[in-house]
Ligand binder design. Structure first.
Ligand SMILES: CC(C)(COP(=O)(O)OP(=O)(O)OC[C@H]1O[C@@H](n2cnc3c(N)ncnc32)[C@H](O)[C@@H]1OP(=O)(O)O)[C@@H](O)C(=O)NCCC(=O)NCCS
Length: 376
């Protein structure tokens, strides 16, 4: 292809992808000074003007001429605001990379740009699949990819490389027959308040209290899947992985906090939300810090979570039709929380709940239906 003559102009009216010009060097250079940009991409740091000159006026034109990289300037409101590129493409599969300047982030510019580029990869270049990669934690990029239909996300420990350092990486992809729209829900974690408690997102500052709660003898006894001993690093890893659960559409995880002090009292989660066989079910799980037990805090927290689970999706809820809660037959405190919230005992799986000492308890299943909840 000839540069810039053969570079296709792609537009939805508001966002336009076009060939780079020498005038884009200065705004591209400025964009690359942004610390967020430097954190999440492989650009050189410090980023010098000559880097922008070389990338925009040499590497990008060469990419179009050699059929190895197809990069566009992203124009919004008549101004250069970023760059998006497609690379490789051998055998019909290639990768996409992108960035926009901080001033226009959060307005959907990149989502539009990504859809335009991906459509061109399929229709213009004849690709079958486009791959997106990002360092773990780059939720803005993940959300853009999610909105454009990228799915099947996996985490590859150490899969990314950043200036000589290995980083954990997310990888997802979209195929030519896929709709360029989200494939799974991305749940938000709303703040819910009632009865002197607040359900909110877990934070790093909750780690000490979470460690105390999870290393407690009773928590360790009933929740045998937890690491033992349970260390501060385990608590940090648990807290750090919560946003991922929500973004993957699998769970809505909350901290249970004191409404006045905001101190962590416990944890509650509605999980199993991505069950392929049943999109309308969810399971409730929880643990409590020992110093908050015996005050009906968990019963209140479950009540708040249930309300969110049964609320229709269009009203910001999870649109569930059935909720499940499971506990060991001998865990009377947990069974009480289920019963006080109107759950019905529907099953007893014999010896289904292994203890750490090798013994096994029966596992009770409770459920609550949306119509029962509505009739209260
Ligand atoms: C990633 C990036 C390109 C997104 O550009 P953008 O124009 O803001 O993208 P959009 O507005 O189309 O969408 C961003 C979405 O992420 C959401 N978002 C932003 N930060 C987020 C966070 N920390 N957690 C969750 N979502 C977040 C926004 O709310 C928005 O979603 P919404 O429209 O549903 O509200 C931009 O942040 C950027 O240039 N970052 C630096 C470079 C980079 O990371 N490139 C990608 C490397 S893989």
């Amino acid at each position: 292809m000839r540069f810039p003559e053969d570079v296709p102009v792609l537009s939805d009216g508001a966002v336009t992808l076009r060939a780079h010009t020498a005038d884009d060097v200065e705004p591209a250079y400025r964009m690359c000074q942004d610390p967020v940009m430097q954190q999440w991409t492989t650009i050189p740091v410090p980023y010098l003007r000559e880097h922008a000159v070389s990338f925009l006026t040499e590497q990008i034109p060469a990419g179009w001429r050699d059929n190895t990289m197809w990069a566009w300037a992203i124009e919004y409101d008549g101004t250069y605001v970023g760059t998006i590129d497609l690379r490789d493409g051998e055998g019909g599969v290639g990768e996409v990379g992108f960035a926009v300047s901080p001033e226009v982030r959060g307005r959907g510019v990149m989502t539009t740009a990504l859809k335009l580029a991906v459509r061109y990869a399929f229709d213009g270049l004849g690709w079958d699949r486009v791959i997106w990669r990002a360092y773990v934690g780059n939720f803005a990029s993940r959300r853009v990819a999610w909105k454009a239909g990228f799915g099947g996300l996996v985490t590859i420990p150490g899969g990314g490389r950043s200036r000589g350092v290995r980083k954990d990486e997310w990888v997802a992809s979209v195929g030519k027959d896929d709709e360029l729209a989200p494939r799974t829900p991305w749940w938000t974690i709303p703040v819910l308040e009632g009865g002197a408690i607040r359900l909110r997102e877990l934070r790093e500052s909750d780690a000490q209290r979470a460690m105390e709660a999870c290393s407690d003898e009773r928590t360790q006894h009933w929740l045998t899947g937890m690491p033992s001993p349970y260390l501060l690093d385990d608590a940090k890893a648990f807290i750090g992985s919560r946003p991922d659960e929500a973004a993957a559409g699998q769970a809505v995880p909350w901290a249970i906090a004191d409404a006045v002090t905001d101190e962590l009292l416990g944890n509650i989660s509605i999980f199993g939300l991505n069950n392929r066989m049943d999109r309308a079910v969810g399971e409730i799980g929880y643990w409590m810090h020992p110093d908050a037990r015996g005050r009906k805090v968990m019963s209140t927290a479950v009540g708040l979570a249930i309300g969110h689970a049964f609320r229709p999706v269009e009203d910001g809820g999870l649109g569930r039709l059935r909720l499940v809660l499971k506990c060991a037959a001998t865990n009377t405190a947990s069974a009480h929380v289920a019963e006080i919230n109107g759950f019905t005992r529907v099953g007893n799986e014999r010896r289904a709940d292994p203890r750490r000492d090798g013994t096994r308890d029966d596992l009770l299943t409770y459920d609550l239906l949306a119509e029962e909840y509505a009739a209260r």
